[in-house]
Structure formats: structure tokens, C-alpha cells
Design a protein around this ligand. Structure first.
Ligand SMILES: Nc1ncnc2c1ncn2[C@@H]1O[C@H](COP(=O)(O)OP(=O)(O)OP(=O)(O)O)[C@@H](O)[C@H]1O
Ligand SMILES: Nc1nc2c(ncn2[C@@H]2O[C@H](COP(=O)(O)O)[C@@H](O)[C@H]2O)c(=O)[nH]1
Length: 220
């Protein structure tokens, strides 16, 4: 398996830092997209991995921004060519992470944000165990989860009920994640993810450039 080239010079410092892959997963409707949008506005050095999907576009969604909306044939060809970092079938549609933009983001000194399910998270973790940071978002209650899915008003009642039926299955993977956030208040949840990001960026093993820095300090 190809190892990701995820070392970089972080733009805000001359000290060499490894980019990280921040994964958000949750049952559908718990708030990953909402949290991601705000987070990306606040975090300059974070870039979103835009997934490819065979799902139909929702009202307001933009090709290339929310997803790359592709046919099943196009999706399968991407998989065949090895263009996907990970892929999975979720709620009867195919979803996958195009590899190249992720590699490019990491090489440009960015951290990369993923909104993917537990299957994709397991695949990325298998390829880049040292670079992945996994955050699982829980809803405050099942009633609130259902309310949010209906309030989003972008899916039919049938789709919402299908997603509610699979929520327990998705949540059964919560213990595979490094951090758990109960998304009651969006601002608080965003602040929590920012705290995670900040701490993870400071980890010694993500800052290989410190070796030289400390050597120089000790020789001075
Ligand atoms: N903390 C919150 N309090 C109230 N409403 C919220 C909160 N977080 C998100 N929402 C609302 O819940 C709905 C679902 O949120 P969102 O689309 O972000 O979920 P998601 O986890 O990305 O879902 P999916 O997995 O289907 O993409 C949206 O209408 C959003 O505005
Ligand atoms: N394994 C992957 N899962 C993905 C990817 N992109 C999105 N998702 C997950 O799919 C569901 C449904 O999303 P929706 O936009 O249709 O509501 C959700 O859990 C996403 O996290 C991907 O590239 N790979």
C-alpha cells in the first residue's frame, strides 16, 4: 500500500511539521457538515477533502464544493485506477475520498479534514495510522437526531427513516475514535474540535523539525 507523503513545512513556522488527517464521523444528521463548515472558516491551515459520491445532489449542493457528484461508472473507474484513498457504500450510495487532493494538501503544509463514515475511517487508519485523528460526533438524543434530519429538509421521510434505522449501527463504532463530542451546542462543538486540533498539532511526533531546533538550542 502506498504511504502518504504527509510531511511538510508548516506555513506559520519555519519548524518542519507533519500534516494530520482530521476525521469527523457520526450518525447522519448529528452535525458533521455544520461543524466542518464553521471550522474551515476559522482554521486557515485546514482544508476539506471533498468526497466523490454517486448520491443525488441535494438542493443547494455544489459540484466540487460539497461533493464530486459522479455516476456509478465514473466512481468505479476511479476505484479501478487507484484514485481513491478510501471508499465505501453508505445508505445504498457509493462514497469515496479522491487521493490526490489529500496528498497535495498535506504536501502544501495543510491539515486535511474528512467527513467520512466508520468504514472509510478504518481504511484511512490502516494506511496512515500515525497521521489520523478520529473524532466521533454524537447527537444529544435520538429524538434530536431525528428532529435535525427532518429540519434539514433535504431528504424524503423514507430517506430520513432509513438513516435513523442505521444510526445505531454507525454509533456502534464510537469506541474506535480518539475523541468523542456530544453536539448539543454547535459553537461549543466547534471549539472542542479546535482544541483537539491545537493539541494534536503540538504533539512531539508531528514536529520532526524540532529535532534540529533543539539540537541548535543545545549547541548555542
Ligand atoms: N448543535 C446543533 N443544534 C441544532 N441543530 C444542529 C446542530 N448541529 C447541526 N444541526 C442541524 O442539524 C442538521 C443536520 O446537520 P448536518 O447536515 O451538519 O449533519 P451531518 O452529520 O453532516 O449529516 P450527514 O451525515 O447526513 O451528512 C442541519 O439542519 C443542521 O443545521
Ligand atoms: N467512507 C466514506 N463516507 C463518506 C464519504 N463522504 C461522505 N461520507 C459519509 O456518508 C454519509 C452520508 O453523507 P450524506 O452527505 O449523503 O448525508 C455520512 O456519514 C458521511 O460521513 C467518503 O468519501 N467516504
Amino acid at each position: 500500500m502506498k504511504k502518504l507523503p504527509n510531511t511538510s513545512i508548516h506555513p506559520n513556522t519555519s519548524i518542519h511539521r507533519r500534516g494530520l488527517m482530521l476525521v469527523l464521523s457520526s450518525p447522519s444528521g448529528a452535525g458533521k457538515t455544520t461543524i466542518s463548515r464553521i471550522l474551515l472558516e476559522k482554521e486557515q491551515d485546514l482544508t476539506l477533502s471533498v468526497s466523490a459520491t454517486t448520491r443525488k445532489k441535494r438542493p443547494g449542493e455544489v459540484h466540487g464544493k460539497d461533493y464530486f457528484f459522479v455516476s456509478v461508472k465514473e466512481f468505479d473507474e476511479m476505484v479501478e485506477r487507484g484514485d481513491m484513498l478510501e471508499y465505501a457504500t453508505v445508505f445504498d450510495n457509493k462514497y469515496g475520498t479522491p487521493r490526490e487532493p489529500v496528498e497535495e494538501g498535506l504536501s502544501n503544509g495543510k491539515d486535511v479534514l474528512f467527513d467520512i463514515d466508520w468504514q472509510g475511517t478504518q481504511q484511512v487508519a490502516a494506511r496512515a495510522a500515525n497521521d489520523i485523528v478520529r473524532v466521533f460526533i454524537l447527537p444529544p438524543s435520538l429524538q434530536e437526531l431525528e428532529r435535525r434530519l427532518y429540519a434539514r429538509a433535504q431528504d424524503s421521510a423514507e430517506v430520513v427513516q432509513g438513516r435513523m434505522a442505521k444510526a445505531a449501527d454507525e454509533m456502534s463504532h464510537w469506541a474506535e475514535y480518539d475523541y468523542i463530542i456530544i453536539n448539543k451546542n454547535v459553537e461549543k462543538s466547534v471549539a472542542d474540535v479546535q482544541a483537539i486540533l491545537r493539541s494534536e498539532r503540538l504533539k512531539r511526533e508531528r514536529r520532526p523539525g524540532l529535532d534540529d531546533f533543539v539540537r541548535d538550542l543545545r549547541q548555542a
